[in-house]
Design a protein around this ligand. Structure first.
Ligand code: MG
Length: 313
């Protein structure tokens, strides 16, 4: 199933489930079915962590009588411009893995004027950094561009994993049980800021609006193998990145094992799993996003997010 968050007619963010070409408004529908367990302030993270009884109602909602759903005012047209990030205000920072595709590692080394090794090196301990919750924007929102802050704004299309079950010291073999679903995420990066703060990626990765995600969460049951997903990034329709998650150095399970070592992962946590080759700053000559550019990140079986770069101050 595809779960999303949208701006409802009452002006508030509601959660919903895609039903045919419409949204079934779960914020309106679930409290009618489970008034004790679900309140109208339920957000996506509450839903992810909800008990099985609530989930039975979510599944039932897909088959609920259309007249009843309409009668409750819970069937809404799916309008892209009203979508927010499915988890629009994460409870903690978005976890990110750096340098997780061999070709991207090589292009990054070359971009620093050095020679990459001829064979990709196995990755046991991935580079891990985070993005601030305030960086999160919706799947079709504008990416702010303030030349006084950075003129080296770059894209990184990535597969994002949403955690569904609390866990610590999760073995790779058990990692799947902790995955709720998947999204598309653009790890937008201010390269100049990233570089000038040395090895601390955080600042250059956390500008407001630098974490578009969505357009929905596709639940894990619909993605049997997250290690074989094709992904693309296009700028103004021109393909810039095209790879498959099969080429990750550390796969999704390995990432969860590494990240959860001694550190609890919780429902609603988001992990961006790294970007393939083709980022702007490693191109010859380097390319950066400019106001008016449209950047689109797509993953087969999940969907696409599309964001315009917008001059701001
Ligand atoms: Mg990245």
């Amino acid at each position: 199933m595809r779960l999303l968050t949208f701006q409802a007619a009452d002006g508030n963010p509601h959660i919903g489930i895609v039903r045919d070409n419409d949204i079934l408004d779960l914020t309106l529908w679930l409290p009618l079915q489970e008034p004790v367990l679900v309140s109208e302030s339920f957000d996506m993270v509450d839903l992810i962590a909800a008990p099985p009884k609530v989930w039975e109602q979510v599944h039932a909602a897909l088959d609920a009588n259309e007249a009843a759903v309409r009668g409750a005012g819970a069937l809404v047209e799916l309008e892209p411009q009203r979508l927010l990030a499915p988890i629009y205000r994460p409870r903690k920072n978005v976890f990110c893995v750096g340098r997780n595709y061999a070709d991207h590692v090589a292009e990054s080394i070359r971009a620093h004027g050095e020679t990459p090794p001829s064979q990709p090196q196995p990755l046991q301990y991935p580079a891990i950094f985070t993005k601030a919750p305030t960086a999160v924007i919706g799947p079709y929102d504008d990416i702010p561009f303030d030349p006084a802050v950075s003129e080296h704004i770059d894209y990184e299309g990535e597969l994002a994993v949403v955690i569904g079950r609390t866990g610590k010291n999760i073995a790779a073999a058990d990692a799947k049980e902790h995955i709720f679903g998947y999204m598309v995420l653009n790890d937008v990066t201010a390269r100049d800021i990233q570089r000038r703060h040395g090895n601390q990626f955080f600042k250059g990765k956390s500008l407001d609006g630098s974490c578009p995600m969505g357009p929905w969460i596709v639940t894990a049951d619909e993605i049997p193998d997250s290690n074989n997903l094709e992904l693309w990034t296009r700028v103004n329709g021109v393909e810039k990145q095209h790879d498959t998650t099969a080429n990750m150095l550390l796969d999704v399970s390995g990432i969860i094992e590494s990240l959860s070592l001694g550190m609890t992962l919780e429902p609603g946590d988001i992990i961006a799993t790294g970007t393939p080759a083709g980022v702007g700053h490693a191109r010859t000559p380097p390319e950066f996003l400019r106001p008016g550019d449209i950047v689109e990140c797509e993953i087969a079986g999940i969907g696409a997010i599309r964001n315009r770069v917008m001059l701001t101050d």
